[in-house]
Design a protein around this ligand. Structure first.
Ligand SMILES: Nc1ncnc2c1ncn2[C@@H]1O[C@H](COP(=O)(O)OP(=O)(O)OP(=O)(O)O)[C@@H](O)[C@H]1O
Ligand SMILES: [Mg+2]
Length: 243
């Protein structure tokens, strides 16, 4: 199996060389655990270390915020955006009423003024990495289970057909190594969970791979840190609370 390196210290060791090329992987975790940082770092390293273009689809944050968070870690998104190696696509959630209004506006636009679709961005930049932050988007866009599942499947099939290795960020309401499984966990090829474990009076960030189609899975829970330079996972260390 061909691998796509994350370049995130410790992660590729745990993943036997990286994510399986062409897989769609869910990064699930509780608030503030580091899901978005992980996703940004995956894309940034793709561009900066491996020369692979990437697209970040952001639902909750505006692109400027993403650039700002990245800058804090020393990752110059703008430089790579100018080179066409990184793209940030804002996909806000609209109410049905707003959606209609926007559709009308879009229809009135012509040629270059039209908003590029994600497929077009992927094609134009020859992107190999995609991040969807977050997959909760589908919950708000589609009211019933069936249309949500169909549309999520369409999205998954689309990024796969385009040859991208995709991370979908998912929110987890409890912070435990064992999560409540939902539809998207079954549809995705891979599932990585980020969570807190308590050790005495402090909480420790942890990393765990639950599934990875096309690969053996390292079942160990490993400690994780967010340093000034970004996320680091310690591939051979045992979390303090589990020693
Ligand atoms: N420059 C930095 N240096 C060290 N830690 C940082 C830095 N910037 C952010 N953090 C840490 O990262 C955490 C947020 O990470 P991130 O935004 O990736 O979380 P998330 O899982 O996406 O959260 P949410 O579910 O709220 O979107 C902050 O709570 C903070 O502890
Ligand atoms: Mg986030």
């Amino acid at each position: 199996m061909e691998r796509v390196k994350t370049g995130i210290p410790g992660v590729d060791e745990i993943l036997n060389g990286g994510f399986v090329k062409g897989n769609v992987i869910i990064i699930s975790g509780s608030p503030g655990i580091g899901k978005s940082n992980f996703a940004m770092q995956y894309l940034y390293n793709g561009a900066a270390m491996y020369g692979e273009a990437g697209v970040y689809v952001t639902v909750e944050d505006v692109p400027e915020k993403i650039r700002e968070y990245a800058r804090d870690f020393g990752w110059d998104f703008e430089k790579y955006e100018k080179e066409g190696k990184l793209s940030i696509v804002a996909q806000p959630i609209y109410s049905d009423e707003e959606k209609e209004k926007r559709k009308e506006k879009e229809r009135a636009l012509k040629g270059d003024a039209k908003r590029e679709t994600l497929v077009e961005t992927i094609k134009r930049t020859n992107a190999k990495r995609v991040v969807l932050d977050s997959v909760t988007l589908f919950k708000y866009l589609f009211k019933d289970d069936m249309s949500r599942r169909i549309n999520l499947l369409n999205f998954i099939n689309m990024v796969k057909e385009m040859g991208c290795t995709t991370l979908m960020v998912a929110e987890q309401h409890e912070s435990t190594p064992n999560i409540m499984y939902t539809d998207e966990h079954f549809l995705a090829d891979g599932l990585v969970v980020l969570f807190w474990l308590q050790h005495k009076d402090r909480q420790e960030r942890c990393f765990r791979v639950i599934k990875m189609r096309g690969s053996s899975v390292n079942p160990s829970i490993r400690p994780m840190d967010i340093l000034e330079t970004g996320i680091v996972v310690y591939p051979t260390q045992v979390p303090l609370s589990l020693e």
